[in-house]
Design a protein around this ligand. Structure first.
Ligand code: GLU
Length: 469
């Protein structure tokens, strides 16, 4: 694949951050719409964080939001840990060309020197000492005088005063490469043309650009995308916020809803219509249109997106999407009591109210259980409802007399009962709903009764009558 080369370079952490997912999607959209490539590089040099299942987690999470490793635009995964020799070799070239020098000062030496001289940080003290490699010697980059201008597609030109950038470490005292170096050497080797990544890396960028230039290459096009913040406008944190993409997947957010929502965090599709098919968003997305300010990861809005996507499913698609929850080991009903036709018939009345797929079993469980699961609260509310016992008794009588058993005939019959007790039908419903579903809230009542069937409905109404009578 010719064309621009984008990349996504996560460090494995055991879960996939929603901010990372947004960065990945933007890179993916650009690579696809420009006929380019999306390179996945796992930055796994931190050995404590180097677990194969975490890499698989990244690949699975990407696939879930539509970034498939068998797509022609996808390249990788590459593993940073496999390229340590190249990282060291590049450092060696920088040393030989005079762009880097060795230093044997320990952290304590540096602290003492700063104390003595009233300075801060590392002041290039070993620049002219002519040291070579040796145990405990770090290799430092010789930051040139002047300034470094980072051309950033999101933020414009960002100017850094080199005087404020200390001679940073390229190789540790044990000879292992630092992240800044490894990241650049890999981008160079993988011929990355565009680095689109989180804003938190912007302070690294002048240093990395200096490395690119010292190694004789044009730096890539940079774009630093705004961070995601929570309701309190604080950067999303794994301690405070639900940041793992997998949690949303497990809670029954649809992948399309999730990726659509993530695309709009910091970028607005043309015409202000936020819910859009992927192909359209992919074609329209431009880094130049991305906001500079942080983007609010709004859980309510995400839920609204998910609801829209759930409503757009056919009953059959909805059933397929709900299967993992309907047949989960902790589903409220046994799998062999589940009936597809009943679920499909209920789908059109459940979908308009659903926020996540995980809610589905709890909404329909009464249809597939021998007896509803009464909550104490629901029982208390049913008994406290006005004329509860009389309403239940008269409802049984009215329903028994029905010829046709349908949501409409049930509704009309029930309205008659409510009127006879001078109650609003909505108010009078509570004991009936609790009798049948075990709860005070749930899907539309008369459709529920229609699908539960005559015998079972009447049986349940009598059971509650006995329980609270
Ligand atoms: N591995 C880095 C991270 O996960 C990303 C580095 C980059 O995108 O340049 O934060």
């Amino acid at each position: 694949m010719s064309g621009p080369r984008y990349r996504f370079a996560p460090s494995p952490t055991g879960f996939f951050h929603v901010g990372g997912a947004r960065t990945a999607l933007w890179n993916w959209a650009l690579a696809n719409s420009q006929g380019g490539t999306f390179v996945l590089r796992i930055e796994d040099t931190d050995e404590a964080r180097n677990r194969p299942e975490w890499t698989q987690g990244i690949i699975d999470a990407l696939a879930w939001i539509g970034i498939h490793s068998d797509d022609p635009h996808f390249e990788g995964p590459y593993f940073q840990s496999h390229y340590a020799e190249q990282h060291v070799a590049a450092a060696q070239r920088l040393f030989e060309a005079g762009h880097a020098y060795y230093c044997d000062m320990t952290a304590a030496d540096i602290e003492a020197r700063n104390k003595a001289e009233g300075t801060q940080g590392y002041q290039g003290w070993s620049r002219d000492r002519g040291l070579g490699p040796g145990p405990g010697h770090v290799l430092r980059f010789k930051v040139p005088a002047g300034s470094t201008v980072v051309h950033d597609l999101v933020r414009g030109d960002v100017v850094f005063d080199n005087a404020l950038i200390e001679d940073f470490v390229l190789l540790r005292g044990n000879g292992s490469p630092m992240f800044l170096l490894a990241n650049v050497v890999d981008d160079m080797a993988m011929e990355i043309s565009h680095v689109v990544r989180a804003e938190e890396h912007l302070p690294n960028t002048p240093k990395q650009q200096l490395i690119w230039q010292a190694l004789g290459h044009e730096p890539p096009v940079w774009a630093h995308v705004p961070v995601l913040v929570n309701e309190a406008r604080k950067k999303l944190s794994k301690r405070r916020d639900k940041v793992a993409l997998e949690m949303y997947r497990d809670e029954g957010y649809l992948a399309d809803a999730m990726s659509n929502y993530l695309m709009t965090l910091g970028w607005a599709p043309k015409g202000g219509v936020e819910i859009q098919p992927w192909q359209q968003m992919q074609a329209d997305f431009r880094l130049e249109d991305v906001n500079h300010s942080s983007a609010f990861f709004d859980l309510k809005k995400l839920a609204a997106f998910n609801g829209e996507y759930i409503r757009a499913l056919s009953p059959e698609e909805f059933l397929e999407a709900c299967r993992p929850w309907l047949f989960a080991p902790d589903a409220p009903f046994p799998a062999d009591r589940f009936d597809e036709q009943t679920f499909l018939a209920m789908a059109p009345v459940i979908q308009p109210r659903a926020t996540t797929l995980a809610e589905a079993p709890g909404v329909v469980d009464f249809l597939f259980l021998e007896s509803p699961l009464f909550t104490d609260d629901a029982l208390a509310k049913a008994s406290a409802a006005p004329s509860a016992i009389d309403v239940l008794r008269d409802t049984v009588a009215a329903f028994e007399a029905l010829g046709e058993w349908s949501a409409e005939t049930l509704k009309t019959a029930f309205e008659g009962v409510a009127a006879a007790h001078e109650l609003k039908p909505g108010k009078a419903q509570t004991p009936v709903r609790v009798a049948v579903t075990g709860r005070t809230v749930g899907p539309p009542l008369f459709e529920s009764l229609q699908f539960l069937g005559r015998d079972e409905t009447l049986r349940r109404l009598r059971v509650l009558e006995g329980l609270i009578g």
